[in-house]
Each structure stands twice: as C-alpha cells, then as structure tokens.
Design a protein around this ligand. Structure first.
Ligand code: T5A
Ligand code: NA
Length: 218
C-alpha cells in the first residue's frame, strides 16, 4: 500500500548469466510486472551503450574496433561508475531497479581471458552500489542446444562461454554477503517471469530500510 512504499527505498536487483539465457527479456518483463503490481520500478543495463563510453564498448563488442583487454575492462567499469548516481538516486526515491548485467559480468568476462586474476578484475568495481539480490540465470540443456549458433559479437563462442560460467561461480564464492539466487531457465518466457517475480516478491515486501551497500568492500 501507499504507506509501505513511501517508507522504503527501492530494491536493487541484478540479473546475471552467460550470453543468451534470456536476461534482457526478463529484465523488461519483470520491470513491467512490478509496475503493474504497484511497485515503482525502472530498468537499467550494462553495458549502457548510449553514453560516450558505452559507444566505445559497443564498437569493441561488434569487433569494429580493438582495445587492449585491460583498457576495455576499465571502460566497462567506468560505464557503471558514470551511472552510479542514477542508481543511488533512483533507489533513494523509492523506485526499484532491475538491472541487466553488472560488475559480476565485468569480472567474469575479463577473468576468463588468459593472465587476469580475479583480484585485479574486481578492483575497479569495488565500492559500486551493492545489489540486494543477484538472480543468476542458468541455461537448461534444451535452451543451450537451441542456441548452438552463437551470434557474431566478440564473446559469443562456446568455449569462452563455458569459462565465463566457471568464473561466475568463483566470483560468487568470494563474497558470502551477497544474496545470490540461481534459476534454471526451463520454461517459457512468461512462466519464467512468474517464477522470478515470485522470488522478488519476498524481498519487495521485506522492510527494506537499510542503506544500499558498497560492493566488495567488506
Ligand atoms: N560484458 C558485459 C563484459 O565483458 N563486461 C561487462 O562489464 C559487461 C556488463 C554484451 C557483452 O558484454 C560482455 C558480456 C556480453 O558478451 P549484452 O549487451 O548484455 O552484453 O549481451 P547481449 O548479447 O545483448 O545479451 P545476451 O546475448 O546475453 O542475451 P540475453 O539478454 O541473456 O537473452 P535475451 O533476453 O536477449 O534472449 C535471447 C533469445 O532467447 C529467447 C528470446 O526471445 C531471444 O530470442 N528467449 C527464450 N526462448 C525460450 N524460452 C525462454 N524462456 C526464453 N527466454 C528468452
Ligand atoms: Na542481453
């Protein structure tokens, strides 16, 4: 009800997972679902290709430009930092955020490249707003097979994606303070939205008054 919403900050939810697990689809559906259930909500995505830094990332991902692995890692992180105030202000205004990828993708993808430690990769993202909940989407066998033809973007190759999935598990193990929920995508789009909304509803109805945390600072 009105009273409940007026007292609370928004919930910061990040949807993560390897390429093609339906993240963008669910971010849009969940945002609409929350709004229709009366929870103020907006969506975000990383990389956000609409900024100047995002434009450089977009060109890199489409293999239209080359950057060193170190510099593109820092650009992905800078793209999050440039939107940090938008995140904190939105949450403070009582609006929840459903975010398509975040620092976990940043670390998982770069640390899958030879010669990159988890520690180096996590450095630039330390202190960003910490999600209240990470929903990690796993592809079922069926979904993975229907996607055997990966796209043409830079990281869309099977072996690399397997490594990325391993790195996500390592990242998760580093920080026991994160609320991280696994979900395997085995049903149709709308059923998946129902399931994910069910997971979120518990959190949305909890009395969230504590401040937004800082990622990887504990
Ligand atoms: N990256 C990202 C970094 O290296 N560092 C970083 O810091 C960050 C943030 C671009 C790349 O950048 C890397 C990771 C990526 O390689 P992106 O823009 O998020 O990141 O990537 P996209 O290519 O846009 O997204 P994905 O390929 O990851 O796809 P999604 O969002 O997981 O999947 P989605 O929703 O587009 O769905 C794919 C298809 O599946 C269908 C959908 O209709 C769609 O056709 N689908 C389903 N089909 C059957 N059953 C379901 N339940 C389905 N759900 C969706
Ligand atoms: Na996507």
């Amino acid at each position: 009800t009105f009273e409940r919403m007026a007292l609370k900050r928004g919930l910061f939810v990040v949807i993560e997972g390897a390429d093609g697990t339906g993240k963008s689809t669910q971010v849009l559906n969940l945002t609409k679902r929350l709004q229709s259930e009366g929870y103020p909500c907006s969506s975000m995505r990383f990389p956000d290709r609409s900024t100047q830094i995002g434009g450089m990332i977009d060109s890199y991902l489409q293999c239209k430009s080359n950057l060193s692995d170190e510099s593109v890692h820092l650009l992905f992180s800078a793209n999050r930092w440039e939107l940090k105030n938008q995140i904190t202000n939105t949450l403070a205004s009582g609006t929840s955020i459903i975010c398509d990828r975040y620092a976990f993708s940043g670390v998982a993808y770069t640390s899958s490249k030879p010669g990159f430690s988890l520690c180096w990769c996590m450095g630039p993202d330390r202190g960003l707003p910490k999600p209240d909940l990470v929903l990690y989407l796993h592809a079922s066998e069926k979904l993975a097979q229907s996607r055997s033809n990966y796209g043409t973007e830079r990281y869309e190759k099977r072996e690399f994606q397997n490594k990325v999935a391993e790195m996500f598990e390592e990242i998760r193990a580093v920080d026991k303070t994160l609320t991280w929920t696994d979900y395997t995508v085995e049903r149709g789009i709308d059923e998946v939205t129902d399931d994910l909304f069910g997971i979120l509803q518990k959190e949305l109805n909890s009395n969230l008054v504590k401040e937004v945390g800082k990622l990887w600072m504990e």
